[in-house]
Ligand binder design. Structure first.
Ligand code: ADP
Ligand code: MG
Length: 306
């Protein structure tokens, strides 16, 4: 689904690379936590997947396609199949929750009838069915993030990238957001979440990729936030650690094949997905040039009618 093939990204000549010799693959349907200190390269990885920035060396593949070979006019289509959620929500401040979600559909030319069905469905999925008319500033942080997730997911993207989505939320609100991302993953979307949220990682026990200085230092299935390899084992001064080891002590923390690698190509819930299959996405590509100005006009019409 996503593959970094010996990828190095240096933003400025002479600077330490943001990402260095990255060789990693995220398969379809996986839920992956990217952990590591600020500046370790997590956001850079996501930006490369979105083709917001390109690698200095190496190749990034998304759905088997070498991104450097995707022409710029096809980039919007790529991004449409990748939902993105940010720490600071990034909702359109003058649009209601409903309209924020609607916007994501309308700019790609989704028929109005479909929009009217999907937006309430998404609001319900994120538990905001009664708050569609609220503006972002009339919603709590957690609610705003729910809207942002609904907007990112309404097109049923095959990939959802979440860059510290719980970073601005209190722990119990963060849990709800995490559950939602888990549900989206259950429905078949590959989720990659950069986070500093220890409890999120420890609760989910999914694949953990830990970055230090642009390099992967741990890739562990079912991991916790903190590496579980005891420091004493790493430094080799445990009196007799043979009982605790399997092969080389560090190998235990190395990446193993995901335990359940069921190919979940179809979302389990096809009520909305049926209209959002590949053909429809292709069809939308053809309508790509339809601009946002046209939508804004329609939007005003719609408001008048409400
Ligand atoms: P993280 O998301 O893990 O905090 P980033 O990918 O944002 O890490 O940053 C990795 C490194 O790249 C940092 O040293 C950061 O300063 C640098 N960096 C990120 N974006 C840019 C940019 N646009 N220009 C120059 N350097 C950047
Ligand atoms: Mg970041």
């Amino acid at each position: 689904m996503i593959r970094f093939d010996n990828v190095t990204k240096t933003y400025m000549r002479g600077q330490h690379p943001a990402v260095e010799n990255l060789d990693i693959e995220f398969t379809r349907g996986e839920f992956v936590f990217l952990v590591g200190a600020s500046g370790s390269g997590k956001s850079t990885m996501m930006r490369m997947v979105l083709k917001e920035t390109g690698p200095t060396r190496g190749t990034v593949y998304v759905a088997g396609k070498d991104l450097s070979r995707i022409p710029s006019w096809k980039v919007p289509a790529l991004r449409r199949d990748i939902g993105m959620v940010f720490q600071d929500f990034r909702l359109l401040p003058s649009k209601t929750a409903y309209q924020n979600i609607e916007f994501a559909l309308a700019v790609i030319g989704t028929p109005r009838k479909v929009v009217r069905r999907l937006v309430p469905e998404m609001l319900e999925m994120v538990g905001l069915e009664d708050k569609g008319k609220r503006l972002p500033h009339e919603l709590s942080g957690g609610e705003q993030q729910r809207v942002a997730i609904a907007r990112a997911y309404v097109n049923r993207p095959s990939i959802l990238l979440a860059d510290e989505p719980t970073g601005n939320l209190d722990p119990s609100t963060a849990e709800g957001i995490l559950d939602l991302l888990g549900e989206i993953n259950e429905r078949g979307t590959t989720v990659v979440m950069a986070t500093h949220d220890h409890s999120a990682v420890d609760r989910m026990r999914r694949r953990v990729v830990e970055m230090v200085g642009g390099q992967v230092v741990r890739d562990q299935e079912g991991g916790r936030y903190e590496s579980e390899t005891p420091v004493s084992v790493i430094s080799g001064n445990l009196p007799d650690d043979s009982a605790h080891r399997e092969e080389h002590p560090l190998d235990a923390a190395e990446y193993r094949e995901p335990a359940e690698r069921t190919e979940r190509t179809e979302p389990e819930d096809d009520s909305a997905a049926d209209v959002l299959e590949e053909e429809l996405i292709d069809e939308r590509d053809a309508r790509l040039e339809r601009d946002e100005a046209a939508f804004d006009e329609e939007d005003e019409d719609e408001e008048d009618r409400r």
